[in-house]
Design a protein around this ligand. Sequence first.
Ligand SMILES: *[C@@H]1O[C@H](CO)[C@@H](O)[C@H](O)[C@H]1NC(C)=O
Ligand SMILES: *[C@@H]1O[C@H](CO)[C@@H](O)[C@H](O)[C@H]1NC(C)=O
Ligand SMILES: *[C@@H]1O[C@H](CO)[C@@H](O)[C@H](O)[C@H]1NC(C)=O
Ligand SMILES: *[C@@H]1O[C@H](CO)[C@@H](O)[C@H](O)[C@H]1NC(C)=O
Ligand SMILES: *[C@@H]1O[C@H](CO)[C@@H](O)[C@H](O)[C@H]1NC(C)=O
Length: 476
Amino acid sequence: MKSIALSALTTVLAAHLASAASPLIVDGSDFVNSVTEDRFVMVGLAYQPAGASGYDPNSGVDPLSDADACLRDAAVMQKLGVNTIRVYNINPALNHDECVSIFNAVGIYLALDVNSPLSGESLNRDDPASSYHSGYLTRIFSVVEAFKDYPNLLGFFAGNEVVNSVKSAQTVPQYIRAIQRDLKQYIAAHASRTIPVGYSAADDDTRRPMWAYLTCGDDADSRADFYGLNSYQWCGDSTWETSGYQGLVTTFSNTSVPLFFSEFGCNTVRPRPFNEIAALYGDRMIDSWSGGLVYEYTQEPSDYGLVEISSDGDATLLEDFDNLQKQYNGIDITLITSRSSLSASASPPTCSDKFILQDHAAKFNTSMDIPACPDEDLLTNGVQNANKGKIVELTEFTTPHKVYTSGGAEVANLTITPLADDQSNTPSGETTSGAGNNTGNGTAAADDAEGVASSRSVGAGALAVAAVVAVMAAFV
Ligand SMILES: *[C@@H]1O[C@H](CO)[C@@H](O)[C@H](O)[C@H]1NC(C)=O
Ligand SMILES: *[C@@H]1O[C@H](CO)[C@@H](O)[C@H](O)[C@H]1NC(C)=O
Ligand SMILES: *[C@@H]1O[C@H](CO)[C@@H](O)[C@H](O)[C@H]1NC(C)=O
Ligand SMILES: *[C@@H]1O[C@H](CO)[C@@H](O)[C@H](O)[C@H]1NC(C)=O
Ligand SMILES: *[C@@H]1O[C@H](CO)[C@@H](O)[C@H](O)[C@H]1NC(C)=O
């Protein structure tokens, strides 16, 4: 699909102003391409160059404001095969047109967080009422304005791990439904299409009640359109049984909304072999899970990177990149683009204490008394003079930055190759760093290979490290 011959490239560019991606819709428990009607499963990455702490609204930059960097990363990601990036901290006042148009041209969608770590731009989990105000709504609606007109916007995260403790489970859930409602009503009033809105959850005891609470009932406005879980359960050569994946599939087996890992990729065993890819995109998970987002593209102090970016903007692929690429090359595209059998029968479950709490997490607040919107005028009239993004015609396809393989060779002819209309990016089949340097075992999702238990210790620190990452990624 993506191997457009170079000779045909000019024709494609002339005919289509970089309009490759078509909007996704939610249908039952599947994301679906609104034009081709194929199922869309996320093969994606967390994308936050400079890390969670890198967001500074006064700096004039954010992860989608530097076109040369976006060209570099889109070209690398096109080779890797990803179709989605999650971006956490956006400055809605900046111009994102070139970057988003670059990712759009190569069939890569954006899943965006509306919040930022700054006070006033996120919900305070210790005091949600005091942080749910007109200024906060202006922030999140400005993000909607800035991104709503891009066709490759997959959806918005209304919150990330805001519920992560007994206390927050008692006071916060109602506010997440309120924010989802406000975002969905704003989109209905001010955007030209439906844009999915959902939540990214902590992988702790609240994961099931939160999913049940957010997805139940008749109030479609406040209901989540999708549910993401930040899960670091599969480490190194874990297996289906030992990783916890089997349990997750049982827990969420009859989900009524698309479900995915909004972060994954435990790094207690390094380099990471990414054996979980075969499970996630294989027969046992594909019916109820819509893929996931590997944490994370750039190498940061937390050591989860696929690519090391140097201060001059040149980049080096790391061994984790090579291993992940090898695993992605084994994904069965026919399997992941076919509608799930679950989807047809998916409908929102009734909200009841029994359904939400099941037999645990009795401290979870099941009240459906959702706080009222603190600024109905803003919701109705819209943000004044908001910065609104739009797809632009691309004039550059090649980044000025150099990219090196894990072995130190320069990647030749690094350029983005625009896709035909309505296509999304798929694994390339290539081994960018060259054969022979992959420690991972790309045995493909098709056979849903079980990892082989290894003598390498997963380490007692696994959960602790996962918790640290979760906290680092949690800006609200
Ligand atoms: C549960 O939520 C309701 C509705 O927001 C609120 O009135 C109540 O105080 C909450 N319960 C606890 C224990 O915080
Ligand atoms: C999912 O299964 C649980 C337990 O069997 C049940 O309570 C719930 O209603 C089901 N949800 C849906 C959406 O079918
Ligand atoms: C593999 O990686 C090692 C160390 O990073 C490097 O020395 C070697 O040249 C690489 N081989 C290939 C084929 O890229
Ligand atoms: C890179 O581009 C040059 C010039 O167009 C061409 O000769 C060469 O074959 C290309 N290399 C690859 C690996 O495509
Ligand atoms: C990859 O898998 C094959 C077949 O299961 C096995 O023989 C081989 O040792 C594995 N290689 C690595 C590097 O794990």
